[in-house]
Design a protein around this ligand. Sequence first.
Ligand code: NZQ
Ligand code: ZN
Length: 393
Amino acid sequence: MFHFTYYTPTKVVFGKGAEEQVGALVKEQGCKKVLIHYGGGSVVRSGLLNRVKAALDREGVAYAELGGVVPNPRLSLVYQGIELSKKEKVDFILAVGGGSVIDSAKAIAYGVAEEADVWELYDHTRQAQACLPVGTVLTIAAAGSEMSNSSVITKDEGGVKRGYNNDICRARFAVMNPELTLTLPPYQTASGCTDILMHTMERYFTPNGTMELTDCLAEGLMRTVMRNAQILHADPGNYDARAEIMWAGSLSHNGLTGCGSDGGDWASHGLEHEIGGMFDVTHGAGLAAVWGSWARYVYQACLDRFVKFAVNVMGVKADGAPEETARKGIEAMEDFYRSIDMPTCFSELGISPTQEQMETMAKMCIVAGGGKKGVAKVLLEADCLKIYEMANH
Ligand code: NZQ
Ligand code: ZN
């Protein structure tokens, strides 16, 4: 087992009606005025925004509000949020929405706490020293941002999508009512399930280390997510399946399923972030579209883990050569993606990048990775290009 630090300071309030507690939760943090941050309107239509405001009113917590966060959240709105928060003298940022809203809220929280340009964090030219407290009311199980130390922001000019990780942005609380996810379109539910799976798969496909307990947790999480994703595909109104998926989304990205690994692979995420930046696709769907090509390109360099995945997660019988078992596991995973209407290549994702665009994405992926990407097999620019080419059908 490799050394690790496991830090999960987020208080989780889970279950039906949990959003009623949001005012008390903010007050518990000693804060007086919040910026309520939300997306393109789903929380207005569902009535959640009004319920959140009422919960704040009941506790005498004042608020300003800023909606309009789009998927693949933009830096321009982050700047607006920073300006508004300073003008309104807010001392807490409350995200009501999904990963995009939470990430935008984290970026605003960094930007309010320090004078320097917040993009420098995402450009990795400095580290944050301070961050306003952030809380979340989650409406989609997917990104895991409600318990992660990450946020991912897209710079409007050039579609540059970059992540920044720092423990100081971890949410003080996460309000998780699975009922809030009942209004999700099926594509978002399935994309969310894919992202949840991928956060554990990225941590699972590492060539080093023994981590028996972590592997068991990871394998159990992956099997649970696949089973419940299929239940939701057939029966989107199933509360219990919504609840399993929501809790899995947080545990998959709060570090638990990576304890003792050497950090995880994260190449699929790196490859997807370039696709998301250039083509504005849904993150989980982008991951599904590129994963099979990545897996076929790297599996021989990380064969033991691919065999273990095939047998313990995908239920493949290990009665052939290890390479064959590994390949069957990859095929079974792609079959699963198809079963929930997720894409397994670029045309199914709805994009057809030119050779030049794939070369640009490969170059930017490696720049963002600091010169290389991945550990299952270390990828350079030419490898990333090859994977994009394999997915481009
Ligand atoms: O904007 P609204 O109207 O709310 O609609 C959203 C949006 O269109 C809709 N939605 C959310 N909850 C809903 C709902 N519609 C109906 N009912 C509800 N209850 O769903 C759409 C997608 O929302 P978004 O927040 O973009 O989804 P997700 O949580 O998948 O977040 C994706 C973003 O998170 C980043 C991704 O790259 C992407 O930018 N990630 C963040 C991570 C992190 N901070 O730890 C890790 C991830 O790997 C990921 O990179
Ligand atoms: Zn993700």
